[in-house]
Design a protein around this ligand. Structure first.
Ligand SMILES: [Zn+2]
Ligand SMILES: [Zn+2]
Length: 231
């Protein structure tokens, strides 16, 4: 596999997961298919998708460029041959854990620092009743700083072994799908039973109440640091 194919694969993973997010958002906003699974009862502003679009596109282009060029530059440190599934799975799980630890402290700081809350994080919190693609709706500075956890996670893996390109793609795909899911305002029966991963309600409550539940992928950081939102 050449450098170019690694970058193309990364871009395709991001295009596919965000295309899914686009279709999912349209179904949530424009149809009644998922209505019975909604967590909140507030209806959506009919122009909401159009209003969000410019920042969606801007942040998506940042994501494509950073991830595409990042994987291209990382080529020498990647293992492109197929490795055992347990090894690929372990790298993905490790990346999720490190990324979530970073996100917890970063996100909590965005709330506790009044300047950052007012000038940066308030943009993401314009969504009090989120819909799937609103995971992309954040101040570009927040969006880029949020990626640092992923960089730390893969740098730590690299200290011990080469990074599997399939772990990189698998992590990118699952992280995006999970972010889309936790912003959906939907508690779908199957997805809510996934072990380890936080339910939609965990992050949905954070958007609705603007306090507590700072972790994203898992909820144990909020349990350890006693920041779980209580009704
Ligand atoms: Zn927040
Ligand atoms: Zn959010």
């Amino acid at each position: 596999m050449t450098k170019e194919w690694v970058a193309i694969g990364t871009v395709l993973v991001l295009l596919a997961s965000n295309f899914f997010g686009l279709i999912y958002s349209m179904l949530v906003l424009k149809t009644k298919i998922f209505k019975s699974f909604r967590i909140q009862t507030k209806s959506y502003d009919s122009a909401i998708f159009r209003k969000r679009m410019p920042l969606f596109i801007f942040n998506f282009l940042i994501l494509l460029s950073v991830a595409g060029f990042g994987s291209y530059l990382l080529y020498e440190s990647l293992e492109t041959a197929m490795q055992p599934i347990w090894l690929i799975g372990s790298q993905i799980l490790f990346a999720f854990i490190i990324d979530d630890i970073w996100f917890y402290f970063f996100h909590r700081w965005l709330h506790e620092n009044k300047f950052m809350l007012k000038n940066v994080h308030s943009i993401h919190h314009r969504a009090t009743t989120p819909f799937p693609l609103e995971y992309l709706y954040a101040h570009p500075l927040e969006w880029m700083l949020g990626m640092i956890g992923v960089v730390i996670a893969f740098a730590l893996i690299l200290l011990v072994m080469p990074i599997s390109v399939y772990a990189l793609w698998g992590f990118g795909l699952l992280r995006n799908l999970h972010e889309i899911h936790i912003h959906s305002d939907l508690e779908l029966p199957i997805l809510s039973k996934l072990p380890f991963f936080s339910k939609t309600k965990h992050h949905d409550d954070h958007h609705a109440k603007l306090t507590g539940n700072y972790a994203s992928t898992f909820n144990w950081m909020d349990k350890i640091f006693k920041s779980t939102f209580k009704e």
